[in-house]
Write a protein that binds this ligand. Sequence first.
Ligand SMILES: [Zn+2]
Length: 446
Amino acid sequence: MAFWGNKMEGESPLPGEQAPIHLDGTLEEGYSEIVKSKGRAPGIDLAIKLSDLLLEHAVRERASDVHIECQGANLRVRFRVDGILQDMLSSPKNADIPLTQRIRVLAGFDPEPPASFRNEEGRFQKMLAGRAIQVRVSSFPTVNGEKLVLRVLDRQQLGLDLEQVGLDQDAMTLIKKLIRNPYGIFFITGSTGSGKTTSLYAILKNINTPMINIITLEDPVEYRLEGINQAQISAKSGFTWAEGLRTILRQDPDVIMVGEIRDFDTAEISLRAALTGHLLFTTIHTINSASIIERLFEMGVPPFLIGSSMLGAMSQRLVRKVCPKCSQNAAPPSEPVVNEFVKNMDPDEGKIVKELILKPGATYKVEKGCPECRSTGYMGRTGIFELMLMNEEIRKHILDHAPTDVIKRTAIRTGKMRTLLMDGILKARTGVTTLAEIIRVTATMV
Ligand SMILES: [Zn+2]
């Protein structure tokens, strides 16, 4: 198997590695060029060329995931760009170009998939576009053949600075103050792929100094952060969230990041740690900021513990930014359309939303599509945020075991909380994105 080389860390070149890659055309064109040279070079060299070509294109197109599907006699490649899958390549499979085997070897797997189902996960690192890109590989045996998904972790795309995540000036000022509290717990919530891990990293990076001890518990550790002690959860070896937390608390921490809270033990230890002089950041799976409290109730956490340790919560989603090359100006929606849109909302919230949409002075945009954005009308993404800060009235509701909608209404009324939808509308008003995109992303929440 020396022929294949071993799992590659950094830049140890494999045979054929130095061959120039033609990136001028599309992936399809590059692929057919490689296919044309069949017979003139060993299959392995072509597979190396092809996997390099795929990854180069993935980085250039800002893809977060590359799906390689062998469906019967066909090879299909799709990229996830700005959260949406796009077809990149569809062609009869070339048995003489062993692409999947090449990627399996890079990921540290055996070249051929195991005969019986086994969960396979691996990773490798590669220099692409002048920087080290980490790739996490997952293999899945479908009835049609193996499916590989490559998660492309590009630090440059991620933007680990708090200034880059998409918070506006007001929210930024509040957050920066909040994350400098000496103790307490701050929650971030959002669906998978909402950018919450990025926000957590950006927060840690923002407060990181040699004078404080920051420890994280993660599953998995996605990025290595300089000067921060990161640990990986491993349920198999008994290093669970709760066990990890107990260990961390004996390591004299100032700041603790817990990747996720999903059970009573982890919740209780975290909240108690927040009461005893530690600052904690964590994520929890709920639909919005206010429902975090109900989720903690469900886990069995006593209200007094939540009320006395919680600093606040932030909910977030990623929205696509409208393509600056082809977007067009748009008139604001008519009042009847807006009335229809807000009619099922809480009346106070609906009133604010209506005013926000119709207030004069907006520069709304609508997407069109051009070669630059692959006819999608959008390019890149940014966050929308719902920041709920604790205050006396919310705390009182928590102690009364109040339901989510009461807490949400109170946060809007007394804390001037902007919901995800409101924050999104503000972004649409300035032409960063479109109202259609905001409605698409927040549709399940109103
Ligand atoms: Zn465009």
